[in-house]
Design a protein. Structure first.
Length: 246
């Protein structure tokens, strides 16, 4: 592992120093921390991949890991209760995920929405799960590539100003690339989405086929330039939550 520095003054070097870290090291550190915090191995693996993508694309892996760890992982491992709800567009399931770690909620939303037949629309919705936005990027890319179907994630939130109404952010995959917008290109799809309240999250799987190459969702196995202080913080988290080797 090599490193580079920027700036001339010692304090500047300490602030801006970067080092090369292999993706597998970042993934392993996140996996260990999540496992020992209470996530099961599958959850920890999914979370670790999301942390790696956040670091590779936005230099925000540590921020996402801290958000995922800042959850009550002592809650039961059994899935949150889901129930069918009335909706004219197709199958809608409401997920009561109160108190559940956001990573677990995100995975359950995707699994429920993906349980659909070809030609059908399937939707899952949950109120106020507080799922970190960064968490969705990797999950959406890989689930789209695996399912070969269009997946739309709609996150409703309250406006920032007192006079603002509720707003909705949309995330989907277009031509193998994440597309984050506040409007959808298809008004027909927008009209299909069930009503959302502020802070709720909706995952909708459409019958539209999407041919995303699974290889394009992988992180290239080459060293990433990361800030040394951030990497050291992530590594300390993994050692603090030490788990036995598999």
């Amino acid at each position: 592992m090599s490193d580079t520095t920027t700036g001339d003054a010692p304090d500047r070097q300490l602030t801006d120093r970067t080092i090369d870290v292999q993706p597998r090291e970042i993934k392993e550190a996140a996996f260990r921390a999540l496992c020992a915090a209470g996530a099961d191995p599958l959850e920890a693996q999914e979370g670790a991949l999301a942390v790696l993508r956040a670091e590779a694309e936005e230099h925000a892996g540590l921020r996402l890991l801290e958000q995922l760890l800042d959850a009550d992982w002592t809650t039961p491992l059994r899935p949150a209760a889901a129930r069918d709800a009335s909706w004219a567009g197709g199958t809608l399931r409401e997920l009561d995920s109160a108190g559940q770690p956001p990573l677990r909620t995100a995975l359950q939303l995707l699994d429920l929405a993906s349980d659909t037949q070809d030609g059908e629309i399937s939707v899952t919705r949950t109120p106020a799960p507080r799922i970190p936005g960064l968490l969705w990027n990797d999950l959406l890319l890989r689930h789209t590539a695996s399912l070969h179907r269009r997946i739309v994630i709609a996150t409703a939130h309250a406006g920032t100003a007192p006079d603002d109404g509720d707003a909705t952010d949309y995330l989907t995959v277009q031509d193998g690339v994440l597309s984050a917008t506040q409007t959808l290109a298809s008004e027909a799809v927008t009209a299909l989405l069930p009503q959302t309240n502020a802070d709720s999250t909706v995952v909708m799987v459409l019958p539209e086929p999407v041919n995303t190459d699974p290889e394009t969702t992988n992180i290239a196995p080459k060293a990433l330039k990361v800030r040394e202080k951030q990497w050291q913080s992530m590594y300390r988290l993994s050692r603090k939550y030490l788990v036995p080797d598999a």
